[in-house]
Write a protein that binds this ligand. Structure first.
Ligand SMILES: [Zn+2]
Length: 208
């Protein structure tokens, strides 16, 4: 990739936007009011805005390896706090994807240095669901299922936070678990039972 090309692309993008609306950047600079917090994977094939068809200003985005929401990760916890408390988003999405390199690495036993503690979070998901996963004989299907279960577990981690519990009580915020299928380009709603998870979570993690 020619890095200079990026600046040329940017100039063209600016012009294209201004051709449609002369006030586009003036309006953009006045603030953001996104309704969605999107937590996805850093994978270069899984873009956030493009696959959802949303424009700048419409989604607050956080991406990391394998779309994780570790309870002690200051980065993702700050993003959730800011999006829910200050931007007052009404939807939080955790979006995983099939053929995720992070999830694949967690299924293998290689020592990956600094990545080990990060991948351990995914291995914890495997351990939690190992009876179901070990029952899936075909490796690719087991891998796809772990991607789905990882999304579900990260949704639970979102729901555990005090901000989301309070926002649910105050304005009915919802949490969604999605998977992007790289093979087809389709976005799949895992239809996680938000209310049931919240009920179970509240029993243990409730914060008044
Ligand atoms: Zn990934």
């Amino acid at each position: 990739m020619n890095i200079n090309q990026i600046f040329k692309n940017n100039q063209k993008w600016v012009q294209d936007k201004l051709d449609i609306d002369a006030n586009y950047f003036k309006n953009l600079s006045e603030g953001q009011n996104p309704d969605i917090l999107y937590i996805g994977c850093s994978d270069s094939r899984v873009t956030a805005e493009e696959l959802m068809g949303v424009s700048p200003g419409e989604a607050f985005v956080h991406r990391n390896i394998a779309n994780m929401v570790p309870n002690t990760d200051l980065s993702v916890m700050s993003v959730i706090d800011y999006a829910v408390l200050h931007l007052k988003v009404n939807h939080v999405v955790v979006c995983g994807h099939y053929f995720c390199g992070g999830v694949k690495a967690a299924m293998e036993s290689a020592d990956l240095g600094i990545l080990n503690p990060w991948l351990r979070n995914i291995r914890d998901v495997y351990r939690t669901h190992r009876i179901e996963l070990n029952g899936i004989k075909e490796e690719e299907l087991r891998y796809k299922r772990l991607v789905e279960l990882n999304v579900q577990e990260q949704c639970i981690n979102v729901i555990k936070t005090a901000e989301v519990q309070r926002a649910y009580r105050d304005r009915g915020i919802t949490v969604h678990g999605w998977v992007f299928d790289i093979h087809s380009g389709q976005l799949i709603d895992l239809k996680i039972d938000f209310n049931k998870i919240l009920e179970n979570v509240m029993e243990i993690y409730r914060l008044d």
